[in-house]
Design a protein around this ligand. Structure first.
Ligand code: PHE
Length: 351
């Protein structure tokens, strides 16, 4: 076939080529480009023939060759634009493939537990209050009736941020060692009746082990009104224990000491693992210690401007890590903070 008819045949072929006919579009566009414009492609091959032509034919064939080249280039451009603009039409996508699996995040077991505790108290009218993690000595110790030489203020327990050596001042700045300081902040800004739950993170300078951590969480409770008595404290906490650990749960209160409550008690629940018979979790006693509580000391009420002759109240504070340990039988505190997905995913289905 002579070169002129070859060229016009190729031009017809290029015009007739439609991208819709391509199966694997991006790959076939590239194959098309290489076929016409590649180093060993149609254009170069025809150009070799063109060089052999006698001089009088070169002009017309040259024009035709240029038309062919432009047609091929334009077509390649058109195809590329199509592939870029409509990648979803590119058949390399298998539309029958199952959709990507999206993993949903889930709440941390400590958040779940804190929410559950707050929920249980919300049902009997407690609202949620918040306070700062970076606190001053006044709110964490002084206003809570801690003597100025109380060992809890010691460097060994408390992370201080700003402190003069050898003296304790209400203005010292520290990381709160318990959420009880929020009680003071609430009493400063609210008049009784007060019925609040205060969840939050606390800090103590302790070596990290399976049973202790320097960061942990507490939920504090405070109830102040006229004629609040120890009976109210006991019934409230019994209600909580049954809601949290099941209707058969029993409680017992043991005398204890906190500077800010009088009388003070520690509360145990019947062991929910052995049902009170004695096991290694309750160390054979049948009881598990879960919180500290007591009647708010009149000194604490007065320090925050509440008349202790008119009002009385109770307070309690519990460790969230310990609650979750008992409820979900977690053996090592460090698991909470290691972000090991094998641990975290076990709690995906509890809300
Ligand atoms: N703040 C105490 C603690 O951290 C717990 C507590 C709170 C005790 C309220 C009595 C009343 O151990």
């Amino acid at each position: 076939m002579d070169i002129n008819s070859l060229i016009s045949q190729y031009i017809e072929e290029i015009k007739a080529t439609q991208i819709e006919a391509f199966q694997d579009k991006a790959a076939e566009v590239e194959r098309f480009r290489v076929r016409f414009l590649g180093r060993k492609g149609v254009m170069n091959e025809l150009f070799e023939q063109f060089k052999q032509l006698p001089g009088d034919q070169k002009k017309n064939v040259g024009i035709a060759l240029n038309q062919l080249k432009t047609a091929a280039q334009d077509k390649v451009e058109e195809f590329k634009r199509f592939v870029e603009q409509a990648p979803e039409l590119n058949d390399t996508h298998d539309l029958s493939m199952p959709a990507d699996f999206l993993t949903a995040g889930s709440r941390h077991v400590l958040s779940v537990t804190m929410n559950e505790i707050a929920e249980i108290f919300a049902r009997i009218g407690f609202t949620i209050e918040d306070g700062p993690e970076i606190e001053d000595d006044y709110h964490v110790f002084t206003a809570l009736n801690f003597a100025s030489d109380h060992p809890a203020r010691d460097m060994q327990d408390t992370f201080f941020i700003e402190k003069e050596p050898n003296v304790n001042k209400p203005t010292d700045v520290l990381l709160r060692t318990h959420t009880s300081g929020v009680q003071v902040r609430v009493m400063e800004r609210q008049k009784p009746p007060i019925r609040v739950i205060m969840p939050g993170r606390v800090f103590r300078n302790e070596a990290i082990s399976a049973r202790a951590h320097c960061i942990f969480h507490q939920v504090e409770g405070l109830y102040i009104d006229k004629k609040v008595s120890f009976v109210d404290l006991k019934q409230t906490l019994l209600y909580f224990a049954k809601e949290m650990f099941g209707p058969d749960t029993q409680i017992r209160l043991r005398p204890s000491y906190f500077p800010f409550t009088e009388p003070s008690a520690e509360m145990d629940i019947s062991c929910n693992i052995c049902g009170g018979k004695g096991c290694n979790i309750c160390k054979g006693t049948g009881w598990l210690e879960i919180l500290g509580c007591g009647m708010v000391d009149p000194n604490v009420l007065e320090a925050s401007g509440i008349d202790s002759k008119e009002y009385s109240g109770f307070a309690f504070g519990m460790g969230v890590e310990r609650m979750a340990m008992l409820k979900y039988q977690i053996r090592d505190l460090r698991l909470y903070f290691e972000n090991d997905l094998r641990f975290l995913h076990q709690f995906d289905n509890i809300v």
